[in-house]
Design a protein around this ligand. Sequence first.
Ligand SMILES: *Cc1c(COP(=O)(O)O)cnc(C)c1O
Length: 388
Amino acid sequence: MSMVLSRPVRSVPVARPSLTEAEEQAVVGALRSGWVSQGPMVARFEHAFAEYAGAAYAIAVSSCTTALHLALIGAGVQAGDEVLCPSLSFIATANAIVHAGAVPVFVDVDQSTFNIDPACIQAAVTPKTKAILVVHQIGLPADMDAISELARRHNLVVVEDAACAAGSMHGSRKIGSPFGLSVCFSFHPRKILTTGEGGMITTDDALLAERLRRMRQHGMSISDLDRHNARKLMVETYDEVGYNCRMTDIQAAMGLVQLGRLESMISRRRELALRYTEALSRVDWLVAPVEATSGRHNFQSYMVRVLPHGPVTRDQLMLHLLEQGISSRRGIMAIHREKAYLKASWDEKLPVTNRITDSTIILPLFHDMSDDDQACVIECIEQATHRP
Ligand SMILES: *Cc1c(COP(=O)(O)O)cnc(C)c1O
């Protein structure tokens, strides 16, 4: 060990939101407008997002978790219904199903795409199955052709958890143009497009869009904005029990700027991702993530699989990187292993999920990552090959 040679301590985070002076000015603008809760900026953000994603309607909400909750209620999911979803996902996917009163039924994933395996869906369907909550995991679109066909055959509603998939494409179609009923996005800082906290639901169904707008604000029949703009006296009614899932105008102002930068942010991420993939093809104990066969991966995260017979385990690799000041994260969690969802029978039904969650690692990838930092990560991984 070298004790005297001190080199500059590097510090590479695993992710970092990209925020510029434009976002800063937009937020200040919203503050100065005097309208800070859900108002004109939210409406503008919704229009811009719907147009970008190729959906008829977009409804802004407070997070993807609340988006999923409302979307499932809007899909008619009720107490006692079963909803299929992957266990290999962030826990919010399953939580939203429980929030809606339903029961999550975990389906195994495909080893190379990390997405729900259509071949495993059939076996999970029961007379109680109402919907499939499809996750486009870490930005790679799921196999929507096969899933839509299965949903049709079993008369199931499809809701998409696109928390990580803003700007991803399935063929020539943006994720957000619904394959089923609705699509839910997250604007948490860990995702590409951020508003601090926030979410969006897109749909082509006009009646559903109206209902979601009411449900996100206490079930109120008219919005604050409509009442403000009205020239006559308006009295609201409350026809069903609603929620408060509103986004603020401060967040929406930031979101509009981020949306305008989304394509360039995706380009940079793809450039970094493809460079990783190229370099890691020389490391025979790592498996790089697959690209979308047709369409576009937004590389929300760059997750690699550590093969069992390599020189280091997944956890040793994480430690090795950390020693060089490089942060990484364990791969996607398996929800069925958490106490909140623990049930003995899940484990044997989800062999691929178990394998992926135990052997994957998320490498640093963010908009402002320098080529130099990336070269260091790659070099550090190559060094691990020669670790005694
Ligand atoms: C981040 C994430 C969520 C939750 O998003 P929030 O906006 O934090 O509520 C849900 N599902 C998936 C797949 C996610 O990655």
